[in-house]
Design a protein around this ligand. Sequence first.
Ligand code: GUN
Length: 289
Amino acid sequence: MADLIDGKARAAALRAELKKDVAALIETSGVTPGLTVVLVGEDPASQVYVRNKAKSTTEVGMRSDEHRLPSDTTEAELLALVDRLNTDTSVNGILVQLPLPAHIDSAKVLAAINPAKDVDGFHVVNAGKLAVGERALVPCTPLGCLMMLQDSLGDMSGANAVVVGRSNIVGKPMAQLLLQESCTVTIAHSRTRDIESVCRGADILVAAVGRPEMVRGDWVREGATVIDVGINRIPGENGKSRLVGDVAFDEAAARARAITPVPGGVGPMTIACLLYNTVAATRAQLNLT
Ligand code: GUN
């Protein structure tokens, strides 16, 4: 039976570290890092995310600001707000909550964010810096996965890493981070032929596809380390729903050396890494290293 990689505990430890870092930053520079979240419309899941972000932000001693805009906000109005936040020196991190309403071009809005304040790491400048190995703001979910892998494995050089999923938010940046760790990296996706045997070659298997329990136990090599990014709600017993990952947990845990659970694995690390990025962005803006 695999060891559990406890994301909840790891996230709590990271937040405790960040709380000290924030206090030290305030002490030495007089600057309290500030994260501004922009939420357009009333998507219930987004409202929950935004509330959790605000709570975690203030808990580590940072400033949390929110702009809640109605769902009929125009693209021009949103771009004007982003512009104001870009030039406001009291704003260190900007996060525009996704998804945006359909009448707004998300790519255009993300491109308008000052890359130095792009704590989501979604701007092409940050994606490009990550790709060429420059210091960048890295998307929070893959950054959290990397931290857990580093804790669990230490040196990953030479390991076969397979990332299932090729999104800009998780799959692609995850592959870049694993390449930086000197892994041999494969990105598998919906068009990959014989995806099972590709996965069976993985010492490190990261699943980020958004398909409930797609990765079965016999896709997992004995002794592999498995990171499950999926958070899928499926019908459970007596009319309730339950959360499952992209990996069939019990089957995979019987073969893996270590595995993240869902919930309590990758999820809690994502917001903690957002706070990490906000501290890192603030330091860089103050020319501190
Ligand atoms: N919506 C769901 N997760 C995220 C996230 O990490 N960042 C942004 N901007 N929107 C999201």
